[in-house]
Ligand binder design. Structure first.
Ligand code: SF4
Length: 434
């Protein structure tokens, strides 16, 4: 098989991997070396149809020894198999970089023989790139669960970001659908990477020239909708991962049924895109808005409201917290008002040192008043005559968003895309300002 055919197969096989949006690494070009890495997000990949992208997202191999039921690359699936040689992939990456097709590499792999052997292939590729080509561009590499600690450490010294896919939200689901993987084999490299990052931070303070270990941090990816766990369970797991493993990001991937299996949703089941979208919104609330998983969803409400985003849903269900007086409320309380994002909360705190804010001022600051007005007062005045404990709040929000006021309709579009149903939703998708 020639290199282009391998590339076609192995970029196509990598397209369901979503665990990368941002390098988080800022490295200027150095004389005598090739490339640099920008801290701003790099989130595209090299598609098999040749579209211009920023990262070459590719598998080392799709010849997997494992048989995870949900995966197209699983051993029992009848699909063309191939594996890059390390030099072949390193040469390809460099030639794409020199042609300005890509800014970096996102390398994952199926398990070729054993996790250790797979890691060795990836390690050789990264070694050629970093040491022979002196490539300074961004590299994200997936750690293979079950690989030796020493190999994970070596990979971490060459990569900018690493990730270990958590795959499924519970141990039971893992046993049923990915029997060759165990919770322990997934968490062990995650622990190793976390500890390596911490030790490295310590070393860098002590010896400024210490080599960097995974400077862009680690992330993970979870498949949503292939197994029966509730949104609450997934969010609790996410919260635990952020706390325990200091992850940069948890990525969610709506399950797309591509294989027939009695333990999986039927082939014609639509991917749960709205659920994936709600998880990303709740994820922002965990990381930037001071919410806990238990506040967003509880025993009585284990799944997201399909009509309202999680912050709005929380606010509607907690009328006792409102209204919030924007001229006095602490930053943490402002953050909980629907329509006030992190940026506008900071601007409010800054602006009110100089002046008393009114509704026009809030609008100029960037507050989405059509949503916030139900939950705030400005100098004691409310812009909405509806009280927050009135069900009319919910109806008003739905009306403003152009959604049916009788509740969720099954025929409603599932995914909130960048362009529909409202421009405001598009902005929220991009900025996480809820
Ligand atoms: S180990 Fe990875 S590539 Fe192999 S079958 Fe499982 S999910 Fe697919």
């Amino acid at each position: 098989m020639d290199t282009m055919e391998k590339l076609r197969i192995l970029t196509d096989a990598a397209k369901y991997d979503v665990a990368c949006t941002s390098s988080g690494v800022d490295r200027a070009g150095v004389k005598g070396q090739l490339g640099s890495a920008a801290a701003c997000g790099i989130c595209h990949s090299f598609a098999s149809d040749g579209r211009c992208i920023s990262l070459l997202k590719v598998l080392m191999s799709n010849a997997c020894a494992y048989d995870c039921a949900y995966c197209l690359n699983r051993r029992s699936n009848d699909t063309p198999r191939t594996t890059f040689r390390p030099r072949e992939l390193a040469d390809l990456t460099i030639s794409f970089y020199r042609r300005n097709y890509i800014e970096g590499l996102f390398l994952s792999s199926a398990v070729v023989g054993t996790p250790d052997y797979t890691c060795e292939l990836m390690l050789q590729t990264l070694y050629i790139l970093r040491r022979e080509y002196r490539f300074g561009g961004y590299i994200h590499v997936k750690a293979i669960p079950g690989a030796d600690e020493a190999l994970i450490r070596e990979l971490g010294l060459l990569a900018d970001r690493m990730s270990v896919n958590i795959e499924l939200p519970s141990n039971d689901s893992l046993k049923r659908l990915a029997p060759q993987k165990t919770k322990e084999s997934i968490l062990a490299p995650m622990t190793r990477i976390r500890d390596g990052i911490r030790e490295n931070a310590h070393d860098l303070v002590k010896y400024r020239s210490a080599p960097q270990f995974v400077p862009g941090g680690q992330s993970t990816q979870m498949i949503i909708g292939a197994t029966p766990e509730s949104d609450r369970r997934i969010l609790q797991l996410t919260e635990g991962l952020y706390k325990k493993y200091s992850l940069k990001r948890v990525f969610y991937s709506a399950y797309i049924p591509l294989v027939e299996d009695r333990n999986l949703p039927a082939l014609n089941t639509a991917p749960p895109l709205l659920r994936e979208h709600r998880l990303y919104q709740a994820d922002w609330l965990l990381r930037f808005y001071g919410f806990t998983a238990g506040e967003i969803l509880d025993d009585a409400h284990p799944d997201f409201n399909p009509v309202l985003d999680p912050k709005c849903n929380w606010a509607v269900n907690h009328p006792e917290e409102f209204p919030v007086e924007v001229n006095r409320a602490p930053y943490e309380k402002l953050l909980r008002v629907p329509g006030i994002g992190v940026l506008s909360a900071k601007r409010i705190v800054r602006a009110r040192r100089e002046t008393k804010l009114d509704f026009d001022g809030l609008k100029r600051i960037g507050v989405v008043l059509k949503r916030a007005s139900y939950f705030i007062t400005c100098q004691g005045k409310s812009a909405s005559r509806i009280q927050t404990d009135n069900p009319a709040v919910l109806m008003g929000i739905l009306r403003d968003r152009g959604l049916p006021q009788g509740g969720f309709q099954p025929e409603m579009p599932e995914q909130l895309s960048l362009f529909t149903p409202t421009k405001e939703d598009g902005v929220k998708c991009l900025t996480g300002q809820l």
